[in-house]
Design a protein around this ligand. Structure first.
Ligand SMILES: *[C@@H]1O[C@H](CO)[C@@H](O)[C@H](O)[C@H]1NC(C)=O
Ligand SMILES: *[C@@H]1O[C@H](CO)[C@@H](O)[C@H](O)[C@H]1NC(C)=O
Ligand SMILES: *[C@@H]1O[C@H](CO)[C@@H](O)[C@H](O)[C@H]1NC(C)=O
Length: 482
């Protein structure tokens, strides 16, 4: 019933998507299906290049920092490196997802919170990446960025953010290696508010530091990569959203992320993370929330300590946070059902919920247990039987060729969580179009079968504000927020 009401509401909003819009189509949702129609607009009009104009019209200019996609015209990284502007191939995306999942699930299996590819596990649930980190080496490893300021006066950098693995905010700092570009590195000596964390203090997660400061020399293959040192300093997300004495680890020479960003804000559940350290003192506030933009030309947001959305009159549905005994860094929720075309799929709740569900920012597709995926796929295929099938794209095994059509529709997927929270996926959140210029091409169901718990990737989270009320023990979803 909720689904029917939702469809009715969405039906009133005829959506012209800004990014896919260059192919002249309109889309809307009705009766549990997403429709795409070729539009009458003159296809000979020159393609519009996305501009950064929306950056200043986001929902939140004071309390939240703008989140931009790596390919956004608003991203400083786009200008920094031309090859960054290429959309990764589906093979690259699947490979990146697979590495990320392997590192997450190895953590589960071995009971160790450090990702396996990292050369150094420093204790305290913290791992230090290196040049050899296979995920960072891949194209578009960190798809979404914010600009954050560190120190006094503020030094601004483009950084990624992660809820899953890192265990501490990591920043590339000066001194840099001899042959490395250094203009994207934080200079601790230029900040008047910086302080070192003493070795042996409860705030120092390195058990093996030597000397007075919380420093670890990191080497691989007997080659010194550089020092990792904990500092505290002021973090400025926006002029109205700052955190004093914010603790992060400075990575010297040789650690730089492969994508010319400066580091990564850690929003994990680890006690050293930004989310834990910046825990709101007000019971009316949540730890953090983010909204990933649907298109590279759009802007999302990341906020810390924002007011609970329900107190601002927004429609939010919550699901309880579960604890993961093997990896305390993870926020685990329970996916308990799937809807397709407004109808609940026949999947036993115990089957789908087993193993928990992780909301993941650096995995693109959504991963379901094989027996759960099979039910979704079979019902989806049945509902799509009139459309020409296309060959699979790697693990995406349910693809259609919409090239010659003037319109098509797909049954909408709804993610249903414990406690009644639901997330209705738009066309672009559930279908992957390798040629983003037009949906009248090949389109694949953006779900993949894998053993282990479910992982909700970044595609499925786009345009929804995901609210982490850590104190309240719940995660909320606010639809259509960016
Ligand atoms: C580490 O050393 C081994 C053996 O000397 C070599 O095969 C390997 O490529 C080295 N790895 C790196 C990342 O340099
Ligand atoms: C790294 O740390 C070691 C020991 O703490 C120190 O001797 C060395 O000078 C540091 N390296 C740099 C580049 O600061
Ligand atoms: C999709 O269909 C078009 C025309 O119907 C055809 O030319 C094209 O080769 C097909 N592509 C694939 C991958 O099947």
């Amino acid at each position: 019933m909720a689904s029917a009401v939702h469809s009715l509401l969405v039906c009133l909003v005829l959506l012209v998507s800004p990014y896919l819009g260059c192919s002249y189509h309109t889309s809307y949702t009705q009766g549990g299906r997403h429709y795409v129609l070729r539009s009458n607009r003159d296809p000979r009009q020159p393609k519009q290049t996305p501009t950064c104009s929306s950056a200043h019209s986001g929902p939140s200019s004071s309390q939240a920092a703008p989140v931009v996609h790596r390919l956004s015209p608003c991203s400083p990284l786009g200008a920094a490196r031309n090859q960054q502007l290429e959309k990764p191939s589906v093979a690259d995306v699947l490979h990146r997802d697979a590495l990320r999942l392997r590192s997450m699930f190895q953590e589960h299996n071995h009971g160790s919170p450090s990702p396996a590819p990292a050369p150094t596990s420093a204790g305290g649930g913290l791992s230090i990446p290196s040049r050899g980190d296979p995920i960072q080496e891949l194209p578009g490893a960190f798809e979404y960025h914010v600009i954050a300021g560190f120190g006094t006066p503020v030094q601004q950098f483009t950084v990624g953010f992660d809820t899953t693995t890192t265990g501490a905010t990591q920043l590339q700092c000066k001194p840099c290696g001899a042959d490395e570009p250094c203009h994207h590195a934080f200079d601790p000596s230029a900040s008047s508010s910086i302080a070192q964390v003493p070795c042996g203090s409860p705030d120092c997660p390195f058990k093996g530091c030597s000397g007075p400061s919380c420093t670890l020399s990191v080497s691989t293959n007997n080659t010194l990569l550089g020092n990792a040192t904990f500092f505290t300093d002021t973090l400025t997300l926006t002029p109205w959203n700052t955190v004093d004495n914010f603790r992060f680890v400075c990575l010297e020479a040789g650690f730089g992320p492969g994508d010319s960003s400066t580091g990564i804000l850690d929003l994990s559940r680890n006690s050293h993370s930004l989310a834990s350290r910046a825990a709101p003192s007000s019971p009316d506030a949540v730890a953090f929330s983010y909204c990933l933009p649907s298109y590279p030309s759009d802007v999302g947001f990341l906020s810390l300590g924002a007011t609970k959305p329900e107190l601002l009159g927004r429609k939010v549905s919550y699901t309880p946070l579960r604890s993961n005994h093997r990896n305390g860094n993870l926020y685990v929720v329970e996916l308990v059902g799937l809807g397709l075309g407004g109808v609940d799929l026949p999947i036993p709740r115990a089957t789908i919920a087993l193993g928990g569900t992780i909301l993941e920012l650096h995995t693109t597709f959504t991963y379901l247990k094989p027996q759960v995926y099979a039910v979704l796929r079979d019902h989806f295929r049945k509902s799509m039987s009139k459309y020409p099938v296309a060959p699979p794209l790697g693990s995406l095994d349910t693809c259609y060729n919409f090239t010659a059509l003037n319109s098509f529709s797909v049954p909408a997927v709804t993610l249903k969580f414990d406690g009644g929270a639901e997330v209705d996926l738009w066309m672009d959140q559930m279908m992957y179009f390798p040629e983003p210029a037009s949906p009248f091409s090949i389109g694949c169901l953006a779900f993949v079968a894998q053993d282990g718990g479910a992982v909700i990737g970044s595609m499925a989270q786009m345009s929804t504000e995901v609210v982490y009320d850590v104190r309240g023990g719940k995660v909320g979803f606010v639809p259509y927020r960016c």
